[in-house]
Ligand binder design. Structure first.
Ligand code: AMP
Ligand code: MG
Length: 413
């Protein structure tokens, strides 16, 4: 029969050290060439240099008449009409013009476009109502991008403008860091899929859907979601399958000090465990291992602990694998609306709601902070960081707050 081990073989390390150990292992994934429609949110793994001038031809920027500006107010004979997409060779001789539509190439000999609103037509002639300057209403060759110029640097996150620019440069794909594939393994004999009648002692699996949502929302692809019993052979097989299928494996539960907490010894057998205890609340039993090039994070089973650890460790790891330079969420200083109790032995992440008032952020707790209470995370827009070595805090004290409602930012390092 198993007895409780009363000491953990893992030293308790500060959170900063735990993150450094994760960061030290993290390598961007091997770049892949993907089509434009799959690039949104990914990071460019190559430098994009324009091979040609853009636009490649001088084009009208207004509907009107292509003409020679130097001929001033003289009426011109209308040679014909040119729509966008047409480029028949036409040469404008003296005294003539060409009706031209926005986007159509300027004919040879023309150097300006007189807008249709500023001209009249009579008997096949165009009568200008004003003179145009050379170059007016013409978008010259290379106005947007010059051949040979660097357009997008490696490491650029691809949004709508960048993807549009790639298409403008006539590319249909680009080399990018792919989305990290994340496998989710929940554990626990008491855990059952949500939506069914619960027997005494059973609880619905909230970590599987919550973590899958977190992975999908933060740029990962969910490689698999599986639930495993608290049984060594099944856990080991499940872990091996997940390691084969994913860049990151998340386990939930089974990492604390109970007799059925089997994840750590299995990870020891499969690969290298870099740490198994961190001086934080929630998340103390957080475990990090690598097996080959797969990263495994053993998250505590409590729903809040697993999501807070996702936020603090998994998400930044996913961003490092995805080639991002902006890794962490921004932090702000906030003033406590009320006193906060805190044990000085570890760093605590408290779920809070920040509101702006009189030029400062005010922080208000989202209620009881026990690690099972997801209600305190739903509706939170910040995690207050109450450092180690600090005791209870008074109302009005300033604390650092991680903004959960803002995207990651790059910081000088
Ligand atoms: P463990 O880390 O396995 O000791 O689990 C800690 C607490 O979290 C226990 O009360 C579990 O019942 C609960 N728990 C573990 N896994 C899940 C899950 N997938 N969904 C909801 N609660 C869980
Ligand atoms: Mg468990």
């Amino acid at each position: 029969m198993n007895v409780f081990p009363n000491v953990s073989p893992y030293p308790m390390i500060p959170f900063e050290e735990a993150w450094r150990l994760v960061e030290r292992q993290a390598r961007p994934l091997s770049p892949e060439r993907l089509p434009l429609e799959r690039l949104a949110g990914l990071v460019l793994a190559e430098e994009i240099v324009a091979t040609e001038d853009w636009p490649p031809f001088a084009a009208a920027t207004m509907d009107g008449y292509a003409l020679r500006a130097a001929e001033g107010l003289a009426p011109r004979r209308i040679l014909g009409e040119r729509e966008a997409g047409r480029a028949e060779a036409v040469r404008l001789a003296e005294g003539v013009c060409l009706r031209i539509m926005t986007g159509a190439p300027l004919p040879e000999g023309a150097d300006a476009v007189l807008p249709v609103e500023e001209a009249a037509e009579r008997d096949g002639q165009m009568i200008p109502q004003r003179a145009v300057r050379p170059g007016e209403n013409v978008r010259p060759v290379g106005a947007d991008v010059r051949a040979g110029s660097g357009v997008l640097q490696q490491g650029t996150p691809l949004g709508p403008a960048e993807i549009g620019l790639l298409a403008t440069l006539n590319r249909a794909e680009a080399l990018v860091y792919p989305r990290p594939r994340v496998a989710i393994l929940t554990t626990g004999d008491e855990i059952v899929p949500p939506g069914q009648a619960l027997r005494p002692g059973q609880i619905p699996n909230s970590n599987a859907p919550a973590l899958a949502a977190a992975v999908a929302l933060h740029g990962g692809s969910v490689a698999l979601v599986e639930h495993l019993p608290d049984e060594a052979a099944a856990l080991r097989q499940g872990l091996e399958r997940a390691i084969g299928a994913a860049d990151i494996v998340l386990t939930s539960g089974g990492v604390s000090m109970g007799t059925r907490d089997l994840i750590k010894p299995i990870l020891e057998a499969l690969g290298t465990v870099h740490f198994g205890r961190v001086a934080i609340k929630p998340g103390k039993p957080l475990t990090f291992a690598t097996v080959g090039r797969t990263y495994i994070l053993g998250l505590p089973g409590n729903p809040v602990s697993s999501l807070v650890m996702f936020e603090m460790v998994v998400r930044p790891l996913m961003r490092l694998l995805g080639g991002h330079r902006a890794i962490h969420r921004p932090r702000v200083q906030a003033r406590l609306k009320h006193a906060v109790r805190h044990e000085p032995d570890r760093l605590e992440f408290q779920r809070a709601r920040l509101t702006p008032q009189e030029g400062t952020w005010w922080a208000e707790t989202t209620g009881s902070q026990i690690s099972s209470r997801l209600l305190s995370l739903a509706g939170a827009n910040a995690l207050l960081c109450i450092p180690r070595g600090v005791g209870d805090l008074e109302a009005g004290a300033m604390v650092e707050a991680i903004r959960l409602d803002l995207p990651e930012v790059e910081v000088p390092r």
